[in-house]
Ligand binder design. Sequence first.
Ligand SMILES: N[C@@H](CCC(=O)N[C@@H](CS)C(=O)NCC(=O)O)C(=O)O
Length: 204
Amino acid sequence: MIRLYTAGTPNGRKASIALEELGLDYEVRHVDTGKGEQKTPEFLALNPNHKIPVLDDDGQVIWESGAILLHLGEQHDPEDRILPSDPRQRMQAIQYAFFQTGGIGPNTGRLGEALRKEGERNDEMVAIFSNEVGRLIGVLDRILADGRDYLVGPYTIGDIMHYPWLFPIWGLKAPQLMERPRVVAWLERIAARPAVERGMGIPA
Ligand SMILES: N[C@@H](CCC(=O)N[C@@H](CS)C(=O)NCC(=O)O)C(=O)O
């Protein structure tokens, strides 16, 4: 029995995309972070860091989106749909997952916060995070420059980790992204996957 505690945010969607790619049966528990449901004693018993996503896989509780995707790849992916069994490719997939959690994730998150601060918008912070997001998109562009379809070559957790964070930047047609046609083409390939479309819609 797999249960996903999630919300309609980029980190939550990484987990639902991975579950959909693997075709697993799972129950969705919507955690309303706007109402503070992630800070209830029940939720804190699952994740002391009060954040979604959390996965309960038959009693094993896992938090941190990267750890959840790695667990799903290791335990539920006999056909290498998200985590290659080839050791070199597997390590590269893990590398790109780490790269996302230390790169695009926090910097896009902080950029969003700096932009949302109405009346007290900190232009210096906006510039710092915006430049860093642009630089990281440039790194992705360099990785894709040899014509590979996905970050490792085959589609992996490394792509899944990045997509939901880049999706809103793509939607805004931000120049840092639109000036990188290789990165846009990579996002289009990911977007065309039916499991990605389903995963992005969870929770409904
Ligand atoms: N490093 C965590 C970040 C998770 C995270 O930031 N979740 C946000 C939603 S996208 C959240 O639950 N925020 C509620 C809170 O901080 O109280 C991961 O990758 O899972």
